[in-house]
Design a protein. Structure first.
Length: 540
């Protein structure tokens, strides 16, 4: 009998197996008819113990590895052009993953808004993050715990973003889109910790906010209300809402920009998109819930500022300054606004047409009279916008632009070794090193820990613009300098003051004088030629 079965072809074996299953099913149904059993019995879910959960996590991890090998096999069969494009994108993603490793930046960056609003949720999310950091199996266990929750099906229905490390590009966190970076041990651990922290924070926030909305016998939440809650959580944790063709555009932009969805989310939060969402118009209670979350963040932020100011830190409150909202301790700035400060500063500068100098604290127009000339900074609103976009470029794209311009975004000269360092050295180590150079070993280490938690630090000494050098100048310019000294007591030949500063003071003084007392300082035909003749514009 066994020999007869062995001699059958695979097709014959499959047919015999199908026949056997059909006979068994026929017998099973006849038995149910005889017992008059017509209701489908409810399937009893088996509760796994600790060992069972560990086995389940290991099984899911093996499935992921199997699917990863299947994907690699398919990719090897791509055309050479397709493989080349994919390799170029992988370089971009790999560099981004490497420089964002070695930290827990999700705490203060993507998760900073919810973290300050609800500190209690941070503890559970950090615990999940540390578990995921330890091993792949533990990370999978954290993921499965979310899937077993009663609200797990509602996450998808409400469009709550839960990242999938093995999913497509739209299912990944922007900082870790590289397929190969996960094979580097240190980077892989950082990736697991980053993703698990945000997934746990989002799921916990959804559960708590949904419970708050329906607590004390209130009617159940509608799908639209759940989407309002999920939209707020997504925006607050760095996943800006885009739909339709824009979703595909975001996936494409992520190839050349550092984190486009994070940038979108921060502008949406500033503009109140979570409260003004079209779905919220029909649910005042959902909008009120989101408004309370905004108030919680403002309260948490006020507490941080109050403690910092009491400890001796200073804060710049003018949104036209790049130091806006940052805690300044010595020469180090700490950004506690979870990525909101850049958008606020850009908006304030664009709307007012002015910028505030870090060294002197002087407000200058971006363009027109009094604006800085030949500066590496924006001279028009167009330049301001392009510079803002440039600062959001992915590391490799930014290095390419620096090479073309022969300087970086701050105006520093481009060097190959510097470009390579920026592509492979984690940001947290760079911030720590800069802090150590200015503040010393102990303080630098402390600031490095702060930066590792996602509260980005910048350590530098704001310098005043270099004095301008005297060129050979003609007689009329000599007369200009002589008259300034005689009338106002300002010695331009000393070059301790910039031309624009002196000119503004002179014009302010002359404006108050009678018409007959005005001199050649008001002669615009002389002023600009004089400026170009005896001043060399220096870099700031």
């Amino acid at each position: 009998m066994r020999n007869a079965f062995r001699n059958k072809t695979p097709e014959q074996k499959s047919l015999d197996s199908l026949k056997s299953r059909m006979k068994n099913r026929d017998a099973e149904l006849k038995e149910k008819i005889a017992r008059e059993e017509f209701e489908t019995p409810k399937r009893q879910e088996i509760q796994l113990d600790g060992e069972g959960r560990a086995i389940e996590a290991a099984l899911e991890l093996t499935k992921d590895k199997y699917m990863e090998r299947v994907m690699e096999t398919r990719l090897r069969n791509q055309l050479p052009v397709e493989r080349g494009v994919r390799a170029a994108f992988e370089v971009v993603h790999f560099s981004r993953a490497v420089i964002t490793s070695l930290d827990f930046s999700a705490i203060g960056r993507q998760g900073g808004i919810i973290g300050l609003s609800n500190p209690a949720r941070v503890k559970a999310a950090v615990r999940a993050s540390i578990e995921a950091l330890r091993s792949e199996v533990r990370q999978k266990a954290v993921e499965l715990e979310l899937k077993r929750r009663p609200n797990s099906k509602l996450y998808k229905k409400a469009e709550l973003f839960i990242a999938d490390q093995k999913g497509g590009i739209t299912a990944l966190e922007e900082a870790y889109m590289s397929r190969h970076a996960g094979k580097v041990p240190i980077v892989a651990g950082s990736q697991r910790a980053f993703v698990s922290y945000l997934n746990r924070l989002r799921a916990d926030s959804f559960d708590v906010m949904l419970d708050t909305l329906t607590r004390n016998g209130k009617k159940a939440a509608t799908v639209d209300e759940m989407k309002i809650i999920a939209n707020y959580i997504n925006v607050a944790t760095g996943r800006g809402r885009v739909s339709g063709s824009m979703a595909g555009a975001m996936a494409f932009l992520s190839q050349g920009f550092f984190a486009p969805r994070l940038v979108v989310s921060r502008f949406q939060y500033i503009l109140g998109q979570p409260m003004l969402h079209r779905l919220g118009r029909g649910s005042p209670r959902a909008r009120l819930l989101i408004a309370k979350e905004y108030a919680k963040f403002a309260t948490g932020l006020s507490l941080v500022y109050g403690l910092a100011l009491g400890a001796g830190a200073t804060v710049q409150w003018d949104p036209r300054s790049s130091d806006f909202g940052k805690l300044k301790i010595g020469n180090t700035r700490i950004d506690v606004l979870a990525g909101l400060s850049q958008g606020l500063v850009f908006g304030a500068r664009f709307a007012s047409g002015e910028t505030k100098d870090l060294a002197r604290g002087k407000v200058r127009p971006i363009e027109g009279v009094g604006a800085r000339a030949r500066s590496s900074f924006a001279k028009t609103r167009k330049d301001l916008t392009l510079r803002f976009i440039r600062t959001k470029a992915a590391p490799t794209v930014g290095a390419f632009i620096d090479w073309i311009d022969k300087k970086d975004v701050l105006g520093n000269p481009f060097t190959p070794e510097g470009a390579v360092a920026d592509l492979i050295i984690p940001l947290v180590l760079h911030d720590m090193w800069e802090a150590m150079k200015l503040e010393g070993l102990d303080a630098g280490t402390a600031y490095g820990i702060v930066a590792a938690l996602g509260y980005s630090t910048q350590s530098f000494e704001a310098r005043k613009r270099r004095n301008k050098r005297l060129k050979p100048f003609p007689r009329r310019v000599d007369q200009y300098i002589k008259e300034v000294k005689e009338v106002f007591g300002l010695d331009l030949s000393d070059w301790k003051r910039s031309f624009s500063d002196v000119s503004e003071e002179i014009e302010k003084e002359l404006t108050s004088r009678p018409e007959g007392k005005k001199s050649l300082f008001f002669n615009d035909n002389l002023k600009e030629p004089a400026k170009s003749l005896f001043f060399n514009e220096a870099s700031p």
